[in-house]
Design a protein around this ligand. Structure first.
Ligand SMILES: [Ca+2]
Length: 75
């Protein structure tokens, strides 16, 4: 197995117009969803700020439906 193949840069952008990218959006898990954001705030081409998307906690957006399930509930 080769390490590093699961890192895919989904997007890079030049925000200060010097022709070098300053923002990188990376999918480190290979599931197609961005979870790593890197920013070059000084414009020297090196990453200064790294933001990692936290894992989504299950159960936080759970919809509980009461009733027998056979009839649509009025909202
Ligand atoms: Ca730039």
């Amino acid at each position: 197995m080769t390490q590093g193949d699961e890192h895919h840069v989904l997007l890079s952008a030049d925000t200060n117009g010097d022709g070098k990218p300053d923002v990188w959006v990376t999918d480190t898990t290979g599931d197609g969803t961005a979870d790593l954001y890197q920013f070059d705030t000084t414009g020297d081409g090196k990453v200064d700020v790294t933001v990692v998307e936290g894992a989504e906690e299950p159960g936080t957006d759970r919809l509980v439906v009461e009733g027998d399930g056979g009839h649509p509930q009025e909202v």
